[in-house]
Write a protein that binds this ligand. Structure first.
Ligand SMILES: Nc1ncnc2c1ncn2[C@@H]1O[C@H](COP(=O)(O)OP(=O)(O)O)[C@@H](O)[C@H]1O
Ligand SMILES: CC(=O)N[C@@H](CCC(=O)OP(=O)(O)O)C(=O)O
Length: 314
C-alpha cells in the first residue's frame, strides 16, 4: 500500500476520533460510574468489548468506576445448591445460606472475571466489595409491600458510603470494580444490595458526572411490556411520577437513577448492554442512546420556557 493510500484510509478514522472530542473534553477528569448488569453479560465477546470500552475511557482521561451485577449468575448457582430464587419488590429474598452463595458468585466469580478482562489491557482493575474499607454500609432492608413491611432476609439498605478506598484507587490510575455487598452497621452480618442501588449510591457519593446502567433492554419502555417505545429523556420529577407504575428489575434501576440525579449526578442513563461497545456509542451521540435522566430544570429557566410557549401563535 502506498503512503497516499494509507493516508486516505486513515483519514475517516481520524475524523471519527475527532467527533468524540466534545464528549471527551466535557468528561476529562470527571468520574463515570458504569453498572454492568448480569443480564447484559450475555457472551464472552460482549464482556470483552465492555472491558475495552472501560479501558478506552480510562485512557481518555476519565475516572471510571465499575459496579457489576450478577442476578442470573446468582440464580443459576442457587439452583445448583437446590435453593429456589424468589424476588419481592424487585429484590432477592436472601436467606443466610443464599447470602453465602451471593457473596461467592459476586465477589468470587463475576467480579474476578471482569477484573481479569480489564487487566488484559494493563495493571488497571482492582476488585473490591462494599465490605472493603467500609465502602458500603447497610442495615436490614424491609420493603413495604401492600402497606406491610416484609422480611426478605439479608437484603441491605444502604446507610453510608465511604469513598476513600475508591478515590485512592482512582488517584492511582486504577479502575475499581465493585461488588454490591455491604457490611452491616450494627449486627456483624453482610448484606446483599441490589447492584443498581449500589451503583447509584456510589455515583452520588463520588460526585460522578454520569451514571451509566447497562442492561438487557434498550432503555425504559414507555408502556412495557405492550410496546417497545423507549423514553429517551426525562427529568427527575417526571421519573418520580412514573416510579409507582414500574415493575421488576426496572424498579431499583430507575429509583437508582433518580437518587443519583437528585444527589448531584449530571445524567443517569439506562442503555442496552447487549449492543457491542454500547458505552462508546454514547460518546458519539449527543443525546445518547437509551434513556437519559436529568435534573429538573432550574426554577429561573422555567418562566422563560413558558413565556416562549405562550408567545407562540396558536
Ligand atoms: N418499563 C420497562 N422498560 C424496560 N424494561 C422493563 C420495564 N419494566 C420492567 N422491565 C424489565 O426489567 C428488566 C431489566 O432489569 P434486570 O432484569 O434487573 O436487569 P439487570 O440484570 O441488567 O439489572 C428488563 O429485562 C425487563 O424485563
Ligand atoms: C438484593 C438483590 O436483589 N441483590 C441482587 C444483587 C445482584 C444484582 O443486582 O444483579 P443484577 O444487576 O444483574 O440484577 C441479587 O441478589 O440478584
Amino acid at each position: 500500500m502506498s503512503n497516499v493510500t494509507r493516508k486516505h484510509t486513515a483519514l475517516p478514522k481520524a475524523q471519527i476520533l475527532i467527533e468524540a472530542l466534545p464528549w471527551l473534553t466535557r468528561h476529562n477528569g470527571k468520574t463515570v460510574v458504569i453498572k454492568f448488569g448480569g443480564n447484559a453479560m450475555i457472551d464472552e465477546e460482549l464482556k470483552a468489548a465492555f472491558a475495552q470500552d472501560v479501558v478506552f475511557l480510562r485512557h481518555a482521561g476519565l475516572n471510571v468506576v465499575v459496579v457489576h451485577g450478577g442476578g442470573p449468575q446468582i440464580s443459576a448457582a442457587l439452583d445448583k445448591h437446590g435453593i429456589v430464587s424468589e424476588f419481592k419488590a424487585g429484590l432477592r429474598v436472601t436467606t443466610e445460606d443464599a447470602m453465602d452463595v451471593v457473596r461467592m458468585v459476586l465477589a468470587g466469580q463475576v467480579q474476578r472475571e471482569l477484573v481479569g478482562l480489564l487487566n488484559q489491557h494493563g495493571p488497571l482493575a482492582v476488585g473490591l466489595t462494599g465490605e472493603d474499607a467500609h465502602t458500603i454500609t447497610a442495615t436490614k432492608h424491609r420493603p413495604e409491600i401492600d402497606g406491610e413491611l416484609v422480611d426478605i432476609g439479608r437484603v441491605g439498605e444502604i446507610t453510608a458510603i465511604d469513598t476513600g478506598a475508591i478515590e485512592a484507587l482512582l488517584a492511582d490510575g486504577r479502575i475499581p470494580v465493585v461488588s454490591s455487598i455491604a457490611r452491616s452497621q450494627d449486627d456483624g452480618h453482610v448484606y446483599n444490595v441490589n447492584a443498581d442501588t449500589a451503583a447509584a449510591a456510589l455515583a452520588a457519593a463520588l460526585g460522578a458526572e454520569t451514571l451509566m446502567v447497562l442492561t438487557d433492554v434498550e432503555g425504559l419502555y414507555e408502556d412495557w411490556p405492550n410496546s417497545d417505545e423507549v423514553i429517551s429523556r426525562l427529568t427527575a420529577s417526571q421519573l418520580e411520577k412514573l416510579l409507582p407504575e414500574l415493575s421488576s428489575g426496572m424498579v431499583p434501576k430507575m429509583e437508582g437513577c433518580l437518587h443519583a440525579v437528585r444527589g448531584g449526578v449530571n445524567t443517569a442513563r439506562v442503555i442496552d448492554g447487549r449492543v457491542q461497545h454500547s458505552i462508546l456509542l454514547e460518546i458519539f451521540t449527543d443525546e445518547g442512546i437509551g434513556t437519559m435522566v436529568v435534573a429538573d430544570e432550574k426554577p429561573d429557566a422555567q418562566p422563560q420556557a413558558q413565556s416562549h410557549a405562550q408567545g407562540e401563535p396558536s
